[in-house]
Design a binder for this molecule. Structure first.
Ligand code: GLA
Length: 700
């Protein structure tokens, strides 16, 4: 890890990569290189040539820039768009200065300051480098050093230039509610490919990331990626221009956005974590390790997550003290460590038509409050967690009857409800205070160590009549969510937060900087989950991926519990079925798998993940996790036919070639050398029907 500056050339050296910028002869910060290292760093220089090719293609069209504003003769997708008080809408950012800060023994921060001198606008580009990783954290700070207001119309977190002129393949997701993270690879041949969200949260369809690759497999090929730490409207623009250059601009969405930067004020654009790796596997493993070490909230980042029971699919809104106590008894009996009561416990919440906003315990369902339930849960040796959807209100609630003006609305429009609810205007300080207080009150009154924070609808009528500049609303709402989460954690240090938005509608590194984990998807069908979990694993940390074993589709698409556990144990194992309906044999199966999970969870939650099948062995998902002396291999057949029996040969990865391993599966034990397992592999006959296996390897 090294930061070098040599006459306006900045070289960032990570474990395996160089990221190079150079101030060009016009004072613009150019981009020179991102990718493999060069032995002699003295070769790096500004390559900008200041000749306009003709009256239609200026010199700027041919150069690579690090953070280009809209202005001058540069017309490509800009990173920054501003309007000055005199109506000038072009910015010119020229190099001013730089500073390197040694933050601690393995972290350097480079700040490059650019300025638009005439208008007193400063843009600091930050690059944080950490020892032992190729991931670079980039972020941007804007400062108004003038006497006038500056309107920000677009502030991206980064512009990224890719080295090759050949088309890249862009990987993102093409999902929807209950079908998050469905991976889609698109060739970027020309024009602009945009992934964005305008709904308020980050969303189920795409994700605020770019992954651009060439000839990439799990282990080979060039992979460039960036993941935005933002849980609101975002925009990822990937453009290949007429010169064949590919660029990505990623940041807060400029759709319906502007921000008024008053004299002396600053604006922080969220971080983007970026890197270059050889193959997708290295990308996933670098981000997994980096997130655990540097992004997740510090309170639990290194702790493995408990096996939890969640009541939603068992009882839906029909919760009661006695019913939950009975579930808790069985949950504890099978080995759960945390009992989370989901929706239905508050206000007049009989279904999803009423109650959101009334965060007091329903007296009919819990005549003596939550204490009897929590006492029971604790006496069974588990901790207790509770569901909230704090940003929302049902029109049928005391809160709405008292404060209709707290919901986003236009007086001139009928309320447009989704799931019979409205979104609270979290940009109002009194609403922020209310949201904090209702959860804080419950945490103070009861022994609650876990909150599942849900958010189940897209925003609308985002008028923001309370704001001087209503277009700041989208940004301010997200900031308020983060602030409330942080305040709760600060006041209640033992509190774990799960981030949910109708499943995986808010999975991003912004959420994961404030919440300990996410609810991946409302879809708990294990076959669908294979695809969802594959997509999630590309850039997000495995330990944060909550996964439930449930009864979903047990009748329409039968999957036995072995299969369900096999899929679910590849993340943070949780149980969500109605245990009261299970027979002793099924409960015993739960006991056995939960006990096994506890033996392997360090490896799953913190190990390296190898996606072995790489789609070469059709219809088989083969994921291997490796940590220290243990490795776990999960095999899941993903088609259901009696006729497609196959003999699969699975070559493992990441083992110690010279060591011997005890290989345990199907109630038998075998013994192989690491090299044999990696070069020859393990052979399995697997029937056409949905078979699955969990194979545990222990290094001798
Ligand atoms: C959302 C969540 C579910 C559950 C319900 C409760 O759909 O994703 O897990 O909590 O809300 O209403």
């Amino acid at each position: 890890m090294l930061i070098l500056e040599n006459n306006g050339v900045f070289i960032l050296e990570t474990e395996n990569t160089h990221y190079v910028m150079a101030v060009d002869c016009t004072g613009v910060l150019g981009h020179e290189h991102w990718g493999r290292k060069c032995a002699d760093v003295n070769d790096y220089k500004s390559t900008y040539t200041s000749w306009d090719k003709n009256s239609n293609h200026s010199a700027r069209d041919y150069g690579k820039t690090e953070y280009i504003p809209y202005g001058g003769t540069c017309y490509r997708t800009p990173a920054l768009v501003v309007t000055y008080a005199d109506k000038c809408r072009e910015a010119q950012l020229l190099y001013k200065d730089f500073e390197v800060t040694f933050e601690n023994e393995d972290t350097f921060l480079l700040e490059i300051i650019l300025e638009d001198k005439h208008y007193g606008l400063e843009a600091s580009l930050f690059y944080r480098l950490r020892e032992g990783t190729d991931v670079i954290e980039r972020f941007v700070k804007l400062r108004n050093k003038s006497e006038n207001v500056i309107t920000l119309n677009k502030v991206a977190s980064g512009e990224f230039n890719l080295p090759s002129l050949r088309p890249y393949s862009s990987t993102n997701f093409n999902g929807s509610w209950a079908a998050e993270f469905y991976r889609e690879d698109t060739a970027v041949k020309n024009g602009v490919l945009t992934y964005e969200n305008r709904k308020g949260g980050s969303n189920h369809t795409h994700n605020p990331v770019f992954i651009l690759s060439q000839n990439a497999t799990e282990d080979e090929g060039d992979v460039f990626f960036g993941a935005l730490a933002w849980s609101g409207n975002y925009k990822v623009e990937i453009a290949r221009d007429f010169t064949g250059r590919t660029r990505a601009v990623i940041g807060i969405n400029d759709f319906d956005f502007s921000y008024t930067l008053k004299p002396g004020e600053e604006f922080d654009a969220p971080s983007v974590y970026c890197g270059y790796t050889k193959g997708f596997s290295e990308m996933s493993n670098q981000m997994n390790a980096y997130a655990v070490e540097h992004i997740l909230p510090k309170s639990f980042n290194k702790a493995s997550l408990p096996v939890l029971y969640n009541s939603w699919e068992a009882t839906f809104f029909d919760v009661s003290c006695e019913g939950q106590q009975k579930l808790a008894e069985l949950a504890a009996d099978i080995g759960c460590e945390l009992f989370v009561m989901d929706d239905g416990w508050f206000g007049e919440r009989k279904d999803d038509w009423a109650g959101l906003g009334d965060w007091y315990v329903n007296k009919v369902k819990f005549p003596n409050g939550l204490k009897p339930l929590i006492d029971k849960v604790k006496s069974l040796g588990m901790r207790f967690g509770l569901w909230f959807e704090p940003e929302m209100v049902n029109p049928d609630s005391d809160l709405f009857r008292t404060h209709p003006e707290w919901a986003y609305h236009y007086d001139t429009r009928d309320a447009d409800l989704l799931r019979h609810q409205l979104v609270l205007n979290l940009t109002k300080p009194e609403v922020q205070e209310f949201v904090f207080r209702v959860m804080d009150d419950m945490l103070c009154e009861y022994d609650i160590s876990y909150i599942k924070w849900d958010m189940n609808r897209a925003y609308s009528q985002t008028g923001g009549e309370n704001l001087e500049n209503p277009q700041e609303l989208w940004y301010r709402h997200v900031k308020a969510v983060y602030e409330i989460a942080d305040r709760l954690k600060e006041k209640h240090p033992g509190l774990q937060l799960e981030c949910c938005a109708s499943g995986g509608g808010r999975v991003d590194y912004g959420a994961l900087s404030h919440f300990d984990m996410v609810w991946t998807s409302d879809n708990t069908d294990p076959i669908d989950r294979l695809e969802i979990q594959h997509g999630f694993s590309l850039l997000y940390p495995i330990k944060c991926m909550r996964a439930w074993v449930t009864d979903t589709n047990r009748r329409s698409r039968p999957r036995d519990f072995d299969y369900r556990f096999n899929v679910t144990m590849q993340g943070s194992l949780s149980i969500g079925g109605n245990l009261l309906k299970y027979n002793e044999e099924e409960l015993e199966l739960h006991r056995r798998y939960i006990a096994l999970y506890k033996e392997i969870r360090e490896t799953v939650q913190f190990g390296r993940l190898y996606r072995l099948a790489d789609f070469e062995n059709d219809h088989l998902y083969a994921n291997q996790y490796v940590k220290d002396n243990q490795s776990v291999l999960f095999l899941c057949k993903s088609v259901n036919t009696f006729f497609n029996e196959k003999f699969y040969h699975v070559r493992l990865k990441g083992l110690d070639g010279l060591a011997r391993y005890t290989v345990k599966y199907d109630n038998k034990e075998e013994n192989y050398g690491g090299d044999y397992l990696m070069n020859v592999g393990l052979g399995f006959e697997m029937g056409g029907t949905l078979e699955s296996k969990i194979i545990v390897l222990e290094k001798e």
